[in-house]
Design a binder for this molecule. Structure first.
Ligand SMILES: [Zn+2]
Length: 208
């Protein structure tokens, strides 16, 4: 499936989760955005080690980076106070601008390192772990670890820490549902997918 389809399915899962919690409009919008990011996250590994240069997929990298930037801005408005709020705002804006220039894969590696640094300085475990995820995704081959159960567990934990940090109920379930929706729509169970996903990496390379 392509990025747009994954984003749409992710948005829908966010909307469904928000509705099960009868979340108010702002929180629903936030959960839908988180669903979009989660639905796109597995494909941060796109192109694998095949090419150093990102062609079609660089738009996807940009969209994810920009969404994370926007979420950080919203997050700091929502959570921060005083100086913290402005630091968060600044970093969110920087990330938004920075990722707009992502054209090559090594830029994604750099983004991962930047997110790790920001996570460490803000002492936000979820952000630090998200940076690790981005860093790993930028070096593994396409449809490997980010498309496995190991990836689901890792992202589930990041989302758990994010939910604890911002205190917004539904974040973890939205992330998990959005992420899993990507693996399901990439699986061989759907007739238009020629390749499946290696769910049990590193134990087995069988495609599902
Ligand atoms: Zn994928």
């Amino acid at each position: 499936m392509n990025g747009t389809a994954h984003a749409a399915v992710g948005a829908a899962t966010g909307f469904i989760v928000a509705n099960t919690y009868t979340a108010p409009p702002t929180e629903t919008a936030l959960l839908v955005s988180i669903g979009v990011v989660a639905g796109l996250l597995p494909d941060l590994d796109i192109d694998g080690k095949l090419r150093g240069r990102i062609t079609l997929s660089h738009k996807l990298f940009q969209s994810v980076g920009q969404l994370i930037g926007i979420l950080m801005i919203v997050y700091s408005m929502y959570e921060g106070n005083g100086t913290n709020q402005y630091i968060g705002l600044g970093i969110g804006l920087l990330l938004f601008v920075f990722t707009s220039f992502i054209k090559q894969r090594h830029m994604l590696t750099l983004t991962g390192i930047a997110v790790i640094a920001v996570g460490l300085s803000l002492q936000e475990t979820w952000l630090f772990l998200l940076g690790i995820f981005i860093l790993i995704a930028s070096v593994v081959s396409h449809r490997s670890y980010t498309h496995s159960l190991l990836g689901v567990v890792f992202v589930g934990y990041i989302a758990y820490r994010l939910e604890m940090s911002i205190g917004l109920i539904g974040v973890q379930n939205t992330c998990l549902a959005g992420y899993i929706s990507h693996l399901v729509t990439d699986s061989k169970f759907l007739p238009f997918n020629k390749r499946g996903v290696k769910l049990f990496l590193p134990l087995s390379s069988k495609e599902f």
